[in-house]
Design a protein around this ligand. Structure first.
Ligand code: PLP
Length: 460
């Protein structure tokens, strides 16, 4: 067969695209992943009954663990009452109930809540909302968005455009317009060995320089994960970072968006934004833990002032068919009631502190642990070949894959990643369900220790 015109199959024409195993169920990608048939609490079980601790709550989703009867009953009951009613032509109580609970937990400045079906969609909504607001209020040139490298904001084309993953640019350049990127405020892997505080300051300076270069009247928003998710392995910016970012955004009228798809409910407060009150992001985006794996759900939160003004000027164009599905909303109401009544944010703080101490002990004893970082029950462990130089293991070792595979032998379901082909390091997330107990944390860390010991043996 003759080659398709315009084809170039040289290796550098094929970026790695992060090496995800996706859902096509080809023979090559179904063999080695465990097939999960059942879940209970923090455990997942495969077809022969092997239990795995869900170390990363899936992808930081299953906040309540598996099989929460209250959530399941609420969804079933709602389904019998009202299955679906379209958001553009009707309203229903479960939608109002989720919005009221989220707004109450988020506090002043986030009175209005628009639901989506997931994180990417909610990030798109946030940017469309801000663009519609800017357009309606005479700021018509504001179209440019600034975000960080590395970062992750989703899998739709717009959210890939703001995601800081250069490999995307190799594939999609010409198809989408990529946002302006500035270096993320990394605290561990800092350039030239500067301190975490200095590196955070560099990000702020880069933000201001980029705004000035683009023209302040053209910049719509700066989007950032307040604590990194898988993009940076739970990076926590140091020093005055959020106060400085707020100051720069205020100086040029740029909206600040916190992508809290992964961080909401995780860090010990409902929003990670609550940990830095000086940040006051204009818009906050949630997903993952909001539906806790029982139902696909995301949300964008904005101040009543902006939403009500835009409603009066032009109205909005934001929603998708499945937004605020009543069964989803009923599930989320029960998830949020469980979160509050069982004080799971408090448990995230208490168990997060205990987990951190245990992981740091483990890090001291393992030659492979370069860093342990995060907040609450959103932690990550960075794997290095050399603690002094922070050098990563050779690429052919496939450290994230190998750790995940060895973890399975010790009854762990791990979520391990590298970003940008390992240029920003390699890590695995430690973000178990918020219902985890101290004994379960200890059992999980013991198994992580044995997994790392096996990996060390394998490398020597
Ligand atoms: N933003 C962040 C910070 C995320 O971690 C994710 C998912 O991992 C997304 C956005 C995308 O969310 P979703 O996969 O629900 O579209």
């Amino acid at each position: 067969m003759s080659a398709r015109p315009g084809t170039d199959r040289t290796p550098d024409a094929r970026p790695a695209l992060g090496g995800h195993q996706d859902l096509f169920y080809t023979t090559s990608n179904t063999q080695h992943l465990p097939h999960i048939v059942r879940g209970e609490g923090i455990y997942l079980f495969d077809a022969v009954g092997t239990p795995y601790i869900d170390v990363a709550s899936g992808a930081v989703v299953n906040n309540l663990g598996q099989g929460n009867e209250r959530v399941l009953a609420a969804m079933a009951e709602q389904g019998r009452k009202l299955t679906f009613s379209y958001v553009r032509v009707s309203r229903h109580e479960p939608n109002r109930m989720v919005a009221d609970r989220v707004a109450a937990l988020a506090g002043p400045g986030y009175e209005r809540v628009h639901l989506s079906s997931g994180g990417s969609e909610a990030n798109e909504m946030a940017l469309k909302f801000l663009r519609q607001y800017a357009y309606a209020t005479g700021q018509r040139d504001r179209t440019r968005v600034i975000s960080c490298v590395p970062s992750y904001h989703g899998a739709t084309l717009l959210t890939m455009a703001i995601t800081g993953e250069p490999e995307y640019e190799a594939v999609y350049d010409g198809m989408i317009t990529f946002s302006e990127k500035i270096p993320a405020p990394l605290a561990y892997r800092t350039p030239d060995g500067i301190s975490a505080e200095e590196n955070a300051r560099r990000t702020v300076d880069a933000l201001e320089e980029t705004i000035l270069r683009l023209g302040p009247e053209k910049v719509l928003a700066f989007v950032i994960e307040p604590v990194g998710g898988v993009s940076t392995g739970a990076n926590v910016p140091a020093g005055r970072f959020f106060a400085d970012v707020r100051e720069v955004c205020d100086r040029y009228g740029v909206y600040l968006v916190f992508d809290e798809v992964m961080t909401a409910c995780r860090t010990g407060t409902f929003l990670a934004a609550h940990q830095w009150p000086e940040a006051r992001p204009d818009v906050v985006v949630l997903a993952k833990g909001l539906g806790a794996g029982y139902t696909p759900l995301g949300a964008m939160l904005a101040p009543a002032r902006m939403v009500d003004e835009l409603a009066g000027l032009t109205g909005f164009n934001l929603s998708h068919t499945y937004n605020a599905n009543p069964i989803t909303c009923a599930g989320a109401v029960a998830v949020l009631d469980e979160l509050v009544e069982r004080d799971l944010l408090g448990n995230a703080r208490r168990m997060g502190d205990h987990l951190r101490i245990r992981l740091e002990e483990l890090g001291k004893n393992s030659p492979l642990v370069g860093d342990v970082r995060g907040l609450g029950l959103l932690q990550a462990v960075e794997i290095v070949a050399d603690k002094e130089t922070k050098a990563t293991l050779p690429r052919e070792v496939r450290a994230p894959d190998r750790i995940r595979e060895l973890g399975l032998r010790h009854g762990l379901m791990l979520y391990a990643r590298q970003q940008n082909g390992g240029r920003y390091g390699e890590w695995f997330m430690v973000a178990p369900p918020l219902v985890i107990t101290e004994e379960e944390v200890d059992a999980m860390v013991d198994r992580i220790g044995r997994t790392l010991d096996d990996f060390t043996d394998e490398l020597t």
